[in-house]
Design a protein around this ligand. Sequence first.
Ligand SMILES: *Cc1c(COP(=O)(O)O)cnc(C)c1O
Length: 401
Amino acid sequence: MWAEVDLAAVRHNAGWLRRLVAPAALCAVVKADAYGMGAVAVGRAALEGGASWLAVAMVEEGAALRRSGIDAPVLLLSEPVPEAMEAVVAHRLTPTLCTTAGVAALGAAVSGSGGGFEGRVPVEVHVKVDTGMHRVGADPGELVAVVRAVEAAPGLRLGALWTHLAVADEVDDESRGFTAGQLARFEQARRAVAEAGISVPLVHAANSAGALAWPTSRLDMVRCGIALYGVAPSPDLASLVDGGRGEGEGLHPVLSLHARVSHVRVLDAGERPSYGRRRPLSRRSVVATVPIGYADGVPRRYFAAGGTVLVGGRRHPLAGAVTMDQIVVDCGPGAAVSVGDDVVLIGEQGTESLTVEDWAETLDTIGYEVLTGIGARVPRVPVGGGRAVEDTERCGTEERA
Ligand SMILES: *Cc1c(COP(=O)(O)O)cnc(C)c1O
């Protein structure tokens, strides 16, 4: 089994998004190892394609990008814990701060370094305001105090003001009203900071859904993850992503998931393959075993939910429960299936395809969870060029970012 990560698609998508939102800048969100696709390779491809920033959730993720030699600005999407502030400065990461305690901790890390951070200060800080998501962010009533604390701290400088949208991917009236309200509250927050006599160099609010569906949310920069990976933020926005998929328009899927048939057997009607003996075969059928299981990101419920995989260019249902390391596929009576045949779980085979969105629908979840659910032992194989990829291919190893 293996997952192919199409870096040409990442470059294409980054360029497509950048053109869509221009003159706003593109920040490529590569947290959680670029949604499981490899933060370093994907981050490089996004920067080549038109992104000018990268964003991650954790300090350690940012440090890993720096260690790989990536020099672009790296935004941390949450306020780091006080113990991590020295690493933030040492790796030239751009922290998000939302509390005066966070400002104090970063200020202490900078000033306590005894000049050891020369050339890395002033540290630019992106202050986040909560406009309704209620996860992290300064309360609007406390925002000016946080921004003032940044301005007052030696070695810190206000780099941006930002917020995060909760329902930009939903198109019903109530959700649209909520998003409009968030953008209005963000505008008020900007005004409050301006009235305090503090100028804000950069403002950003949009995730992928905002960037695609809310032109007024694009502001100076958009922070895109899921769209960069060619996946719709929600079914409601599928048409904005699709744009004639496969014909060079729209966004291109980055990830595909593959395996090869390891065993083939013909079973009689009534046989019940796999654990639990959940379902009898309705007719004598060719059943193929494929070595990929729930440890690799094929959830157990994929069987009961009616999930399919592609074998021989057609969709086939599972014949029984997903196990940790293997699935069994009902290929139908008389199917010409052999050991070693390609199985596509996500991607295209012949004229048929199974998308991340298909999986999300089958499993009653979102594409984000499908992508990040692909297990650690699935090798990520970069395709689609880039110097870094050619180098690693020559060495006969796979780039595992
Ligand atoms: C994850 C995240 C994003 C990216 O969201 P997508 O929907 O994948 O584009 C943007 N901003 C913040 C704060 C995030 O946590």
